[in-house]
Design a protein around this ligand. Structure first.
Ligand code: GRF
Length: 226
């Protein structure tokens, strides 16, 4: 690296690839956060396994390299994951952020990106893994819901937890109103965790998460409030 390049903070930003399948609102929150000059990561690639994903069109309109990798044209999950891995490498991606990426991954892909691939899930893991989280949270009668950013492992919605945000469940909530409240929290949490992860304030060491920031112990959320 030349002296000029080494002095340029732009070159020290971590290169992030985002994987989506649909709406892409979490992707938007990451892209918008990454526009801040001091953000320690840049979004260099968006990949969607669904060509018609609205998030893909949005990314293209922003001038972000955005690729449709239609899973339907691949003979096997292995072939799809292999091509995805190549695309990420070709763009020099260092961190993969899954944002509503609705695909099961092969162990090979997960291993290739171990502790460099993160995901957001709309529940307070380990509760309510999988789909229909808000319906199940309401059926279970929980009074606090939320979202989780975690490192990706072979098992769906497993992996070291990097951060969580909690929201109250309100008496008249439907899955839709709860989803909207959790989604608003997702849009705040994911960029913050990416910021901390990309700047090594959060480090994953094996299966342990090491945090290099202070947390105040007075940030309680009561539900119901009193
Ligand atoms: C979010 O709720 C995310 O937590 C989950 O899928 C949803 C994706 O929404 N993994 P969007 O595509 O980011 O709007």
């Amino acid at each position: 690296m030349s002296g000029a390049a080494a002095d340029n903070p732009q070159t020290q930003k971590k290169r992030v690839g985002i994987l989506i399948s649909g709406r892409g609102s979490n992707m938007v929150s990451l892209v918008e956060a990454a526009r801040a000059p001091d953000f320690p990561a840049e979004i260099v690639l968006v990949v969607s396994n669904r060509p018609e994903a609205p998030g893909l069109a949005w990314a293209k309109a922003q001038g972000i390299p955005a690729i449709a990798l239609d899973h339907k044209i691949f003979r096997s999950r292995e072939d799809f994951d292999d091509q995805l891995h190549r695309l990420l490498l070709a763009s020099g991606v260092e961190i993969v952020a899954c944002a509503g990426f609705m695909r099961l991954m092969t162990s090979t892909l997960v291993a290739n990106w171990r502790n460099r691939m993160i995901n957001i899930h709309p529940s307070l893991l380990p509760s309510f893994k999988g789909l229909h989280t808000h319906e199940r949270a309401l059926a279970a009668g929980v009074r606090i819901a939320g979202c989780t950013v975690h490192a990706v492992r072979d098992e769906m919605d497993e992996g070291p937890i990097l951060g969580q945000a909690a929201v109250p469940v309100l008496p008249m909530d439907t899955p839709e109103t709860l989803a909207a409240r959790v989604l608003a929290a997702e849009h705040k949490l994911y960029p913050q965790i990416l910021r901390m992860f990309a700047s090594d304030q959060i480090i994953i060491d094996g299966d342990d998460v090491i945090t290099k920031y202070s947390i105040t112990d007075d940030a309680e959320l009561f539900s119901p409030t009193f």
